[in-house]
Write a protein that binds this ligand. Sequence first.
Ligand SMILES: Cc1cc2nc3c(=O)[nH]c(=O)nc-3n(C[C@H](O)[C@H](O)[C@H](O)COP(=O)(O)O)c2cc1C
Length: 208
Amino acid sequence: MSTTDREPRTRLDVLDEAGRKTLFTEARTANPFAATAVVDDELAAIWEMARWSPSAANGQPLRVLFLRTRAGKERLVRHLDEGNRAKTLSAPAVAILAYDVDFHDQMPTVFPARGERLRAVFADQIEKRESIAAYNSALQTGVFLLAVRAAGLAAGPMAGFNRDGVDEEFFAGTSWRSHLVVNIGHPGTDPWFPRLPRVSVEDAVAWA
Ligand SMILES: Cc1cc2nc3c(=O)[nH]c(=O)nc-3n(C[C@H](O)[C@H](O)[C@H](O)COP(=O)(O)O)c2cc1C
């Protein structure tokens, strides 16, 4: 008998159709947002879910700065591409997602078995740390976007901004480097662009 004929020792939960719609098949990228408030507890709940993302050696380089005030958003907006400004001002909350190039300093805590060794290995390898942090924070960012949706909110991710400008504005003198801005809130009036086609199974998936 092949192993595929056997019952799994641990049967994991299957996400039901409603959950799949919320997280995947009917989830959309919002543009204008409603004025409806998003409170700090909701933003904290997003991070509480997102932080369970896997990452290499559990390194967890993703960092989040939540902006919830008009003044904070105005500081950000001047670094955004023109087409991204109005929607960001409409969003009740905006997350600046960054990665920490000094994530290796937390390795003894997050990966106790080999953390001291990893911290020492990476200490003088800033370029390698930068590429590991960029890749793993991008993975964590995908989970963050799903967490926004799981919290009953819409996300509007945007890479159209001046990263150096945002880093100077918000992260000067720190080891955080911005990589994505995410508007967060309830969808406003006429909030979606037309749904764009997705790559088919035939074009994207190979079998061996
Ligand atoms: C990394 C990334 C960068 C993006 N940058 C922008 C942007 O700068 N401006 C914008 O309007 N939308 C931006 N988007 C939104 C995408 O265009 C949108 O998610 C995609 O078209 C799918 O739309 P849908 O979720 O409604 O199907 C970005 C999305 C991602 C994930």
